[in-house]
Ligand binder design. Structure first.
Ligand code: AMP
Length: 221
């Protein structure tokens, strides 16, 4: 099963993708996470992406498409995967379909996790991320037990450089510009589900599980 989570920054795609991945036992592929790993390791890809990411723009399609192909080629994706942060535009969606077609596979379902600007700003300006395992916390809504320390692995928590109000608004504008075409693209193939991401985490997760079951009724959750 191949599931795509669409949604503006701050809709909770990463959090939901991690929880859904654990429930249905598939790898979670976040292009943002892979790019951030490349930036922190200082790889050639990371060096090209760093500045663009800090400013809230999109990394060029050819770099991201290549990176995604490499990830999909890894053996853990055989039973399927959950995509978070990809595709971001029609070019990437078409490239994904091409990569999957070459492997006799196709997208199973696409969730449009929509959220209001007020909730997005509140979530992202308080977000803390673990440097080691990527777990997310929130200064007010989900504070770590020990300040600046990840509850799961003890790693250091930090604020993403693109989680500043000005950059969040830029990322939202970039998202809104591209998303209408993407929604139409997936609507045409009857794979699109609209989910209100302002709701509580558990409600959103249950909706995602129901969506996944609709795509594969053998799924045991
Ligand atoms: P995210 O973690 O999904 O919010 O992504 C963080 C940043 O990584 C984005 O603002 C972009 O700069 C970059 N990025 C992540 N995924 C993509 C993608 N599919 N295409 C282009 N840039 C991306």
């Amino acid at each position: 099963m191949i599931v795509i989570l669409l949604g503006p920054p701050g809709a909770g795609k990463g959090t939901q993708a991690k929880m859904l991945a654990a429930k249905i036992n598939l790898p979670h592929i976040s292009t943002g996470d892979i790019l951030r790993q490349n930036v922190s390791k200082g790889t050639p890809l990371g060096l090209q992406a760093q500045d663009i990411m800090t400013k809230g723009g999109l990394v060029p399609d050819d770099l991201v498409n290549k990176m995604l192909t490499e990830r999909i080629n890894q053996p853990d994706t055989k039973a399927g995967f959950i995509l978070d942060g990809f595709p971001r535009n029609i070019n990437q969606a078409e490239e994904l379909d091409k990569i999957l077609k070459e492997r006799n596979r196709q997208v199973s379902s696409v969730a449009d996790l929509d959220s209001s600007e007020k909730v997005i700003l509140q979530r992202l300006t308080g977000r803390l991320v673990c440097r080691k395992c990527g777990a997310n916390f929130h200064i007010k809504n989900m504070p770590p037990k020990v300040a600046d320390t990840c509850d799961s692995c003890g790693g250091e928590l930090y604020q993403r450089s693109d989680d500043k109000e000005e950059t969040i608004l830029k990322r939202l504008a970039v998202y809104r510009k591209e998303v209408a075409d993407l929604l139409t693209y997936y609507q045409k193939s009857n794979k699109l589900y609209h989910i209100n991401a302002d709701e509580d985490t558990d409600i959103v997760l249950n909706n995602l599980i129901a969506m996944s079951k609709a795509a594969d009724d053998t799924l045991k959750v």
